[in-house]
Ligand binder design. Structure first.
Ligand code: AGP
Length: 624
């Protein structure tokens, strides 16, 4: 998830007017929450295109511009990056130029087929300066424009977009067309800011809200050409289109949160996209699963006789979900160990152990130390991480990046769902590689996974009931969470969210453990969430959890039950039933946890607490 800004204004006489670089920098400052691995700007001036770009936060680019300013320009594009393909380096920073150096492009998203296109360009002798998928687009655009300069940049953009697969928002400028920016979007946001004598482009309205509140939203597979006084929208096929015009009511601060009251709320709602982006580009032309960052050989993966997941907090709960899936699909024993416990228990690890380190930040010291210990014991380490180029992936043998985009709120939500998704991909890949599952069986599960983003959106669209309950329960002092099988880590995560956000005592239990002690906690009125597995799965699981609901209800508990649509068995014992769409048992955590996230966020908000920066917590725990 990157920040994109474009500006075209009226060239002021003598260059004394509005400087495009300043307008773009201001927009990038408001978009820096979308990514801060690098930043860069390109301007069209003096008959050419000039760029400045730098790894790290926007301040680094500002420093570069201070030392080596760009010429005043009325046409400028800017980018702040969240690295996906290629680490956070100066060379991988956007904008990227074509071979002529007269065309610059910036990009938000993932071009799934970039490897094939890159190979084609290398074959044609194209010189590459970066590892990114975006530079591939720059060269394709430059070649298309050079093939028919008279047709212009918009025609080149249409020709190139027809060849790209995946998710992308693109902005391009060309020295031959000063005063013009051409943008394109597929599965990634792009909005136009409509000004007086100037027009703007942005990945969201925060890019230009300081200059105009009149905006135009672009639809799927659309191209937009903006000049200082005109906006033209077409489809990828060149036919005229109409964007959706709207007025922006948000203030600048709200705009950075996409209109949500907090980053926590925004990131909960970003989860469908986080899952979809993590799934992008994972299958080859034949539909077989491929994990291109996997640098552990197939032979080594076939020899794995044990998997140990090491992680902390929410990431550890993602690992617990993975345990059920990987053991079921691959028949490999999976241990899930809290990273800070792992190395002190003198673990049994060998060259045939695959250690999977799950971390959103990639900087959690407990997990870093556990990775080092595992490698000292000879294990291969695979990182599942959301932050490209961070310490844990760098110190691992292989990495599977999640593409959740920057997670600003301290309590993890979208990264959690992306971690679970990546764990499923790992399990399916191992099952495919080791022959535990046929290609069609893997494809079936992948097809179900690709339905999950839409199902998460359905859950999000139906949670007003949960929000009302949360507000009603704002004074509660204790909440219990029960789950069985994959519902157990979901219960644990639900409890953690409530602790982190609302500072309420909350405890997650394996539902079967209740009668072995914790049921003593249940007194009349005690709120108990119960995560119920699908009745279509192993019936023994479902009927046992229904019995657990009866047990606590009989002791006066207030039961809040999360169950799939159509499961009527729970109704006689549930004070509240929260419905989620039907999916397979192993994939259900991606849906069942969402109501618990929203409950915790809404209850904390009702208590007037800061849900983005809860007390005592840090986004990345870089000390042991
Ligand atoms: C999650 O809500 C917490 N903020 C915390 O448990 C977090 O998951 C844990 O510290 C691990 O962080 P990491 O994923 O960056 O390694």
């Amino acid at each position: 998830m990157c920040g994109i800004v474009g500006y075209v204004g009226t060239p002021a006489a003598g260059g004394a007017g509005v400087d495009g670089t300043e307008v773009v920098l201001e927009g990038l400052r408001r978009l820096e929450y979308r990514g801060y691995d690098s930043a860069g700007i390109a301007v069209v001036a003096g008959g050419g295109v000039q760029t400045r770009k730098k790894a790290g936060k926007l301040a680094n680019l500002v420093e570069v511009l201070g030392a080596d300013p760009l010429p005043a320009a009325a046409t400028a594009i800017g980018h702040t990056r969240w690295a996906t393909h290629g680490g956070p380096t100066d060379a991988n920073a956007h904008p990227h130029l074509d071979a002529s150096g007269r065309l610059a492009v910036i990009h938000n998203g993932i071009v799934e087929n970039f490897a094939l296109l890159r190979a084609e360009l290398l074959e044609a002798g194209t010189p590459f300066t970066s590892e990114t998928d975006t530079e591939v687009v720059a060269h394709l655009l430059g070649r298309a424009h050079a093939a028919d300069p008279a047709a212009g940049l918009a025609a080149a953009m249409r020709a190139v977009c027809a060849r790209l697969e995946g998710a992308f928002t693109l902005l391009a400028v060309h020295a031959d067309e000063p005063g013009t920016i051409v943008g394109a979007r597929r599965n990634s946001p792009l909005v136009v800011g409509l000004g007086e004598g100037a027009n703007y482009l942005g990945s969201d309205v925060a890019a230009f809200i300081a200059h105009t509140r009149e905006a135009l939203e672009l639809g799927q597979d659309q191209i937009v050409t903006i000049t200082a006084d005109d906006v033209v929208v077409t489809g990828f096929d060149g036919t005229p289109r109409e964007g959706r015009r709207f007025h922006v009511d948000w203030d600048a601060a709200a705009a950075e949160k996409g209109g949500f009251p907090s980053f926590m709320a925004k990131e909960i709602h970003d989860q469908p996209q986080a899952i979809a982006d993590t799934l992008l580009g994972r299958t080859d032309a034949e539909g077989r699963l491929q994990l291109d960052e996997m640098k552990i050989s197939e032979a080594e993966l076939r020899s794995v006789d044990k998997i140990v997941v090491i992680a902390c907090g929410t990431a550890a709960y993602a690992g617990q979900v993975a345990k059920y899936a990987i053991e079921h699909w691959c028949r490999i024993p999976v241990e899930v160990e809290l990273a800070h416990e792992f190395r002190y228990r003198d673990p049994v690890v060998s060259e045939r152990t695959l250690v999977v380190a799950i971390s959103q930040s990639g900087e959690t010291m407990d997990t870093i130390m556990a990775v080092r210990h595992a490698r000292e014991q000879g294990a291969k380490v695979l990182a599942i991480c959301n932050t490209n180029g961070s310490t844990i992936p760098r110190e691992s043998d292989a990495v599977l990046y999640t593409h959740a985009g920057p997670e600003i709120a301290v309590a993890s939500t979208k990264a959690f769902l992306a971690q679970i998704t990546a764990c499923y991909l790992l399990g399916l890949y191992l099952a495919q590689l080791r022959g535990n599952k046929f290609a069609d069986e893997v494809a079936d599960v992948l097809a179900q996974l690709h339905e999950i983003p839409g199902q998460v959106r359905q859950v999000l669209d139906g949670l007003e009931q949960v929000r009302e309950i949360a507000r009603y329960m704002a004074d509660t002092r204790s909440v219990l969470f029960l789950g069985r099988h994959v519902g157990y880590p979901v219960a644990m995560e639900g409890a953690l969210k409530l602790k982190e956000l609302a500072y309420i005592h909350a405890e997650g239990f394996a539902a079967g453990e209740l009668k072995h002690g914790p049921i003593a906690l249940v007194e009349p009125g005690q709120p108990v969430f119960v995560v119920v597995p699908s009745p279509r799965g192993r019936d023994s699981l479902h009927s046992k959890v229904v019995s657990n609901i009866q047990e606590v209800r009989a002791r006066g508990a207030r039961t809040l039950v999360i169950a799939e649509h159509g499961d009527t068995d729970v109704e006689p014992y549930a004070d509240v039933v929260i419905r989620i769409p039907r999916t397979s048992t192993l994939l259900s955590p991606l849906l069942a946890v969402v109501p618990l996230q929203v409950f915790a966020c809404e209850l904390a908000t009702a208590k007037g607490l800061d849900v983005d920066q809860p007390r005592n917590l840090a986004k990345s725990v870089t000390v042991e």
